[in-house]
Design a protein around this ligand. Structure first.
Ligand SMILES: NC(=O)c1ccc[n+]([C@@H]2O[C@H](COP(=O)([O-])OP(=O)(O)OC[C@H]3O[C@@H](n4cnc5c(N)ncnc54)[C@H](OP(=O)(O)O)[C@@H]3O)[C@@H](O)[C@H]2O)c1
Length: 201
């Protein structure tokens, strides 16, 4: 089985790469700066990626930026960045990736728990996370050949909490989060919105 992990060098993505490889997947780890490059905000680079990868069984996206900030201070630019990167980047990834997905294959997109449990400052992020869920639910109706599209909403991960100077203890490590990505790809159903084990809102 062959998988592409976009954001495969990041906190969540690198743990996903490891868990998938440990399970026997051949994994292509992709980011804007990896050896095999792609930028989800750039359609041409996605075309190039799939031309190089050929047909695959799973596409996992653990990439996409969105702006954190107080509602009144979020600029149009902050909202545009969030929409163009985390939302439309993953929309384009699905549209393009479907053509290269083997029958029965899965596309797993990443939202985030702010869609369900927002914090002050998370409105732009929560907006795109919720939009991704609606997109996936509707897109699933048009997907054939037993292919599946899903979105997973991770909680804050321990490594990220630590980087933010917070107590990491209440949060799952990326390795645990990655396990739920693997379960999503193997057991999730078309159109599902999924959560990391033990972190369902
Ligand atoms: N970490 C958390 O606590 C957490 C919680 C909930 C949701 N999430 C979501 O999970 C996703 C991954 O988060 P993370 O914390 O793992 O991020 P991260 O550590 O910053 O890593 C992001 C990864 O994505 C790549 N990337 C960034 N922009 C890209 C683009 N336009 N095209 C292709 N690759 C791109 C980065 O590499 P390059 O810079 O080389 O491209 C890197 O490999 C994000 O959507 C985030 O909102 C994270």
């Amino acid at each position: 089985m062959k998988a592409i992990v976009i954001g495969g060098t990041g906190t969540i993505g690198s743990a996903v790469v490891k868990v998938f490889e440990d399970t026997g997947f051949e994994v292509l780890a992709v980011s804007r700066n990896s050896q095999l490059k792609a930028d989800i905000e750039n359609e041409e680079s996605l075309d190039n990626l799939f031309r190089q990868s050929g047909n695959i069984d799973a596409i996992v996206c653990a990439a996409g930026n969105a702006a954190f900030g107080e509602l009144e201070k979020l600029s149009d630019r902050d909202f545009s960045l969030s929409i163009n990167s985390k939302l439309m980047g993953q929309v384009k990834l699905l549209q393009k990736g479907l053509h290269f997905l083997n029958p029965g294959g899965t596309v797993l997109l990443t939202g985030g728990i702010f869609a369900y449990k927002p914090w002050p400052g998370s409105s732009a992020i929560a907006m795109v996370n919720s939009a991704l869920e609606g997109f996936v639910r509707a897109a699933a109706l048009e997907i054939s050949d037993n292919k599946k599209v899903m979105v997973i909403h991770p909680p804050l991960v321990a490594e990220t909490a630590a980087k933010m100077g917070m107590d990491a203890l209440p949060f799952p490590p990326a390795s645990e989060v990655a396990q739920s990505y693997l379960e999503a790809v193997s057991k999730g159903k078309n159109g599902d919105a999924l959560f990391v084990n033990g972190h369902k809102p």
